[in-house]
Structure formats: C-alpha cells, structure tokens
Design a protein around this ligand. Structure first.
Ligand SMILES: *Cc1c(COP(=O)(O)O)cnc(C)c1O
Length: 420
C-alpha cells in the first residue's frame, strides 16, 4: 500500500466487535492464565502484554502505523518528543561516551544535549549538517550516535543525508534523525540509509495541538549496524538486568526491543494510550494536511520575499534558498512543510509584528491546523546565551511561522496588515 492508504489502514485489525475506529484500551495491566503463562511472557518465550509501561494494544496500533509509514521494522511510542530523544540516547550511551549533534536543532534538543546529558557524563560534539565535512574527524572510539533533523526547527536546514550516512556507515556509528517537521510524508530517513527515526508526534502527526507524544522507529539498517559492533557491546553481550538476554540474538528488532525492555521498564517514558488513540486517528489525514500546510507556507514565503520590512526568508521551497537543493534531492514530493522563518531588522520590529498580528496565535508549538507565530529569541530559545543563540543561527529579529490550514487569503490578509 502507498502512504495515504497506510496511514488509514495499517496497524489495526478489527476484533469481534468490528469497530471501524480502533478501541482505546485503558488498562494498566493484563491478566495471566497461570504462573507458567506469566513466566513465559516475562522470559519472552511468548509475546504478549504484561503491564502498560511496557506495551499496550492501543499504543501498538499507532506504533505499527508509524513504522509502516517510515519503512521501519518497529516503533515504540513515548510520552513526548523529548522522551524519544532522551530514550534513544540512553539506549546507546553510558558515562564516558560522546554523541555528535547537528549545530542547528530544536531548542529542547539543544538544552538536553548541551546541558542535561553532560550530568550523566555524556559529551556532545557539534557538526554542521549542511556540509558535514568535519563529521569524520569528530568520530572517535567512544562515539555512539550522530543526531540531526531532516528539516530543522526553526532554521529549516536540510542535511546532506548522503554524506552523513556514508561517513556514519564507514565508522559504524548509528544515525538518529528527528523527522518531526518533515513528517514521513515529505521525508523517509530510513530509506535514505539512516538507522533510527525519532518524532515529536505532538506536532504535524497530531495536527490539532491536542496531545503530546513521541516515537522511536527502528530499522533493518540499525539491526545490521548493531550486530557484532564493538561500539555497541551492550547489544551483543548478556544483559544482566534481563536474564542474560543478548539483544542482537533475538528474533526481534534489537534497538526497539531494548527501548521497551530497558528504557520503558526503568525510566517509564511510555505514551498514554489515550494520546496514541488520538494520534492513530489524526495520522489518517497527515498527507492531506502536510500538503495543504506546505502550499499555504509556500505562498506566505513568496509574499514575505517581496516585503521591504523583511531582510531574509528561510523556506526550502524558495528556489534561491540555501536548502532548496538538498530538499529537492531528499524529499519525496515538491512540498516543503508548513514551517518557515524570516528576519526583520531588530527585536522591536519583531515584537511589533508578533504583538499586532491577527489570526496567528503567539504559541510555542508547530504543526497545528491553526496558524502560529513565535519569536524564538524571547521564548523557545530564551534559555540560550547570546553566544549560543548565534551558534544556532537565531537573531533577535527572527520570527517563526507555523502556517496553518486557514484559507490562504485570510492568512495573507493578516500578514499584510503588519508587514509591508
Ligand atoms: C517539538 C519538537 C521536539 C520535542 O517534542 P515534544 O513532543 O514537545 O517533547 C523535538 N524535536 C522537534 C524537531 C520538535 O519540533
């Protein structure tokens, strides 16, 4: 099946009630037939539900659906996008290890990788995903992953996938791609040779700003890379916390299996079944929404390009944009998402626009059907120092728009009232 059909049908098999919409299983735990049944489930001699911190049938429908859209082997839903990134790092790293992170990523990812994981003894090095020239020299024996975004929030950088994958494969290092902004409709990192995809499903997959969620998608590439790789001995030697199990010898995708058996078990970053149920429904219209968001954003980008108040517009859909070439090469269709950013002269001018615009809400979210305006320097990136702001490419005059699904003429009318 193709994506539009997968997003509607995959993952759900009707039970005896034949409900068209998947049921919500709000159950913390599951009954065992007898002690043998319980022992077999715990020993993974048979597969089944034990406790919702590990697995839940409502979560499973959403996980299968997203895995199929990404071309992955398995998916684990998490409580938020940040939980999926933290869980992925925890699944690969221990004290003394290092990770290599794109220099322009989501603000929460920047604070997590620059500050929080430092306290766990994990070091972060930075690379430029556009060129990736320095990537090979940054990788050492202790490097466990390379993390970047397929379309970065808020700078809209499209990485040079081919170069990054080539270097990471040569060195046997796992690539982790945050595919939140591009969504599986526009980009499929696993098909481009990457190993793990993470998502904040709170954004376009939810599409209406009603629920937080995240996901980790595993792949065939990742299973191959983990096997007998000296960087990942904990996937190839007995796990003493789980009966001496060796993840790469199981008949299941090793990365996702370890996320469930260790990370969900011990850290509990599990998705709420209620939220997964919402995502299972909203993902059905993802392709239509992403295309309309993209077309609206394209028109907004073209309008802003011609405004004298605007110094620059970042939108990969514009032919002269520095990310246009990579997005044409790596994206599935001639659409470029609903996210764009532009620069005005200074903080005061940005404040004037943000405070006076109609229709757009001042909100730190993206991917909602409702149009959103954000001033990163005073909100999402406020915790970063001046130097850090400069390093992630955010100036005082930068404004981010998440263009919604309203009629394009209403969107343009509201912009015209505050920007000329
Ligand atoms: C929002 C976002 C996250 C964090 O997701 P939450 O669901 O808010 O925790 C991570 N990466 C990107 C690219 C995002 O836009």
């Amino acid at each position: 099946m193709r994506k539009e059909s997968l997003s509607i049908h995959s993952g759900y098999e009707k039970d005896s009630q034949k409900t068209m919409a998947p049921p919500i299983y709000l159950s913390t735990a599951y009954e065992f037939d007898d002690t043998q049944d319980a022992a077999d489930l715990f020993a993974l001699k048979k597969m089944g539900n034990i406790y919702t911190r590990l697995t839940n049938p409502t979560n499973a429908v959403f996980e299968k659906r997203l895995a199929s859209l990404e071309g992955g082997t398995a998916c684990v839903s998490t409580s938020s996008g940040m939980a999926s990134i933290f869980g992925t790092i925890m699944n690969l790293c221990e004290v003394g290890d290092n990770i290599i992170v794109a220099d322009k990523v989501y603000g929460g990812t920047t604070t997590l990788t620059d500050h929080t994981i430092k306290r766990f003894g994990i070091v972060t090095k930075k690379f430029d995903p556009n060129f990736a020239d320095e990537l090979e020299s940054l990788i050492d024996d202790k490097t466990r992953l390379v993390l970047f975004e397929s379309l970065s929030n808020p700078n809209l950088v499209v990485p040079d996938f081919e170069k990054i994958v080539k270097i990471a494969d040569k060195k046997g290092v796992i690539t982790v791609v945050d595919n939140t902004v591009a969504t599986p409709i526009l980009c499929n990192p696993i098909k481009l040779g990457c190993d793990i995809v993470v998502h904040s499903t709170s954004k376009y997959i939810n599409g209406q700003g009603t629920a937080l969620g995240g996901a980790i998608v595993d792949s065939e590439n990742c299973a191959k890379k983990l096997k007998n790789n000296p960087r990942y001995t904990h996937f190839n030697t007995p796990d003493l916390s789980y009966d001496g199990l060796v993840y790469c010898q199981l008949p299941f995708p090793p990365f996702a299996t370890r996320v469930v058996l260790c990370i969900l078990r011990d850290i509990g970053i599990t998705a709420s079944p209620m939220n997964s149920w919402l995502m299972t429904n909203t993902i059905e219209s993802l392709s239509l929404r992403v295309r309309q968001h993209s077309q609206n954003a394209m028109q907004v980008a073209k309008f802003l390009t011609n405004c004298k108040d605007v110094e620059s517009v970042n939108y990969p859909g514009l032919e002269n944009d520095k990310n246009h070439k990579n997005s044409k090469k790596y994206f599935n269709e001639n659409n470029f998402s609903g996210l764009l950013s532009f620069c005005v002269a200074d903080f005061e001018k940005a404040k004037d626009i943000v405070d006076n615009i109609e229709l757009f809400s001042i909100v730190v979210n993206i991917g909602d059907s409702k149009s959103i305006i954000t001033h990163p320097a005073s909100t999402t990136h406020q915790q970063l120092s001046k130097n850090e702001l400069e390093a992630v490419g955010i100036s005082d005059g930068l404004i981010r728009l998440s263009v919604g699904l309203e009629n394009i003429d209403d969107i343009l009318d509201s912009l015209k009232k505050v920007i000329s």
